[in-house]
Design a protein around this ligand. Structure first.
Ligand SMILES: [Fe+2]
Length: 575
């Protein structure tokens, strides 16, 4: 009988669901925020047994066996109490903010704790409920350690047969860092650091001190703002003292010193309404501390002599500025970061761990893990739109829509581009994207003012044909998931001013024909018109909202922002 593996990312933020089939292929993966259109879906369960019914019908045999695999290991309430106490001690406001709207201040603490336990135990309930929904007794439940699911998501999707893997995030069951060795499909724990010190929480704190909101995942803003500032030596010293590197772990100062240091840093906090230009030095200093600590950790990790290949996973692997520096700052020869290294990716990690537990010898080396694992646009909605919308400027251009898109882009038009399956992870990689011409010096401002309604300092990213990577970037590395930032070559950066950041870098997406044929064809057509093999690519959403999920979401964005055209599959709508 076939067996499917349903992975659940069940943290109290970024819940997600993934399905691995009986051949070990990931056939579906998506964060719940897309479906709910609620950024990060704080406090929600990975699924409410609504989605799974449709997913099982689409991707599985409902009469098969199922393993429901959860991304947290413990159901012991004392372990959760310890975790909860630690989170509160860290002065992270994430928990309190996420529950304060639900509970009154007085009873918030304990009810929030119970809520947290409920979320972490949701996987087991999900498995039980699945049995009755599908009238199927062949559904079993397994749970895996949080950091191990991060590691599995990275290692099993990497192109490596052997690697040293390190997970760095806010917090797992024991601490914020775990390290692993990976060889021929086997992941072995090297060390689980047991310490409350956390780079993930540190960066969240820097985000909040800058006047941004870490609950909304605004760490991006710190990274984007950092190149405009300079390092404040006193603040650097205070921040750096919070995070002492010991081998491959972090140590925290004594509680008294920690609280003293933290309060002196918090004293620098800017109010939410402050201009972000006031935060540039805090952002620059925080980013510098983050990079320096990671550099020390990774160099110590390399000395363990596990492998020249590095897999980096956990929420801290979203720091694309750091990711682009790893090969120059450490002896590692290659680095891989999965498309969804944060907690949403653990749905994939848990599903794959369950699969390989059943098939320990079935490992085969991957050449490429597609990130296009999410939902498609509903055909029924598309048919209804064609029948009833009465949109005048609507054309159907099968086989040539990319040529028309390239022409519009070369004329400076802003395009919404919706194709195939949605990307798994935070980046739009050419299937749920807003695209534009990178040659225009004003394009960044035009997009920020007309479409994204966001701050002018935030960079926009380039998608580049792989063949031209070396010509445009110094020390070019493939960046399939827009996961790393590299430096533009000085002689070409003036060709694409809209995607060159203040420090002459770009967070690139490498595009290969075999990875995304239609997107490749579009960029290639743009290259044939303009001589530039690069287009500006940003996610199809508006500020504060997740990337669009449905046709209705796409139309809503199209008609309420300054996009000129929306291309859905082979249909093109123009204003
Ligand atoms: Fe995590």
């Amino acid at each position: 009988m076939n067996r499917y593996y349903i992975g659940l990312a069940s943290s109290c933020h970024d819940p997600a669901i993934a399905i691995v089939d009986s051949d070990g292929q990931i056939v579906f993966a998506e964060a719940l925020e897309r479906y709910l259109q609620n950024k990060r879906a704080w406090g929600a369960q990975p699924d409410d047994l609504y989605q799974i019914v449709q997913l099982v019908e689409s991707y599985c045999d409902p009469n098969a066996e199922f393993v429901v695999a959860n991304s947290w290991s413990s159901t012991n309430w004392q372990a959760y109490l310890k975790l909860f106490s630690t989170l509160r001690l860290r002065d992270t406001k994430s928990l309190s903010r996420s529950f304060s709207g639900v509970y009154s201040k007085e009873i918030f603490d304990w009810l929030a704790f119970i809520h947290l336990v409920g979320l972490l135990k949701a996987g087991r309930n999900f498995a039980y409920q699945m049995r009755s929904v599908f009238n199927n007794d062949n559904i079993i439940f397994k749970r895996y350690q949080h950091h191990l699911t991060h590691a599995a998501n990275g290692c099993y999707s990497s192109p490596f047969t052997n690697a040293a893997c390190i997970v760095v995030d806010g917090y797992g069951e024991k601490g914020s860092i775990s390290s692993y060795s990976y060889k021929n499909g086997m992941i072995k724990t090297v060390q689980d650091c047991i310490s409350p010190a956390s780079l993930g929480f540190f960066y969240a704190k820097v985000t909040d001190i800058c006047g941004f909101d870490s609950d909304k995942g605004e760490e991006w803003k710190v990274m984007g703002l950092a190149p405009y500032g300079k390092v404040d030596p006193k603040l650097y010293e205070q921040m750096r003292s919070l995070l002492e590197v010991k081998g491959c772990c972090l140590k925290q100062p004594s509680r008294h010193n920690y609280e003293k240091l933290l309060s002196s840093i918090i004293n620098r906090a800017l109010p939410r309404k402050a201009s972000y230009w006031e935060a540039v030095d805090i952002a620059c200093t925080g980013q510098k501390v983050f990079v320096d600590v990671m550099e020390e950790l990774l160099n110590n990790f390399y000395k363990l002599n596990i492998s020249d290949n590095l897999v980096l996973s956990g929420g801290c692997a979203l720091n694309s500025s750091l990711n682009g520096m790893i090969l120059e700052k450490t002896p590692f020869k290659a680095v891989y970061i999965p498309s969804a290294p944060a907690d949403d990716g653990n749905a994939v990690g848990a599903g794959l761990l369950a699969y390989y537990e059943d098939h320990p010898h079935k490992f085969s080396q991957k050449t490429w893990q597609s990130p296009y694992l999410g939902s498609t646009i509903s055909k029924k909605s598309l048919d209804n739109m064609l029948r009833f919308s009465q949109i005048k400027n609507l054309r159907h251009l099968p086989g040539t829509v990319h040529l028309e898109a390239a022409r519009l882009l070369s004329e400076g038009k802003l395009i919404g581009w919706v194709q195939g399956r949605a990307e798994f992870g935070p980046r739009a990689l050419g299937n749920r994207s807003i695209l534009a011409d990178p040659r225009s010096p004003n394009m960044k401002n035009i997009i920020n003012e007309r479409v994204k309604f966001r701050e002018e300092y935030r960079p926009l990213a380039p998608s580049i044909l792989h063949e031209f990577g070396d010509k445009y970037f110094e020390n070019y590395q493939e960046s399939p998931y827009m996961e790393r930032t590299l430096r533009w070559r000085p002689e070409v950066k003036e060709q694409v001013p809209a995607v060159v950041h203040a420090n002459d870098t770009g967070r690139l997406q490498t595009v290969k024909q075999e990875w995304n044929e239609k997107f490749y064809s579009l960029i290639n057509a743009f290259y044939e018109i303009t001589g530039v093999p690069i287009i500006l690519n940003t996610s199809l959403n508006v500020m504060g909202k997740p990337i669009i999920h449905s046709l209705e979401d796409a139309l809503s964005v199209f008609y309420t922002v300054g996009l000129d055209a929306l291309i859905i599959e082979d249909y093109i709508l123009e204003k």
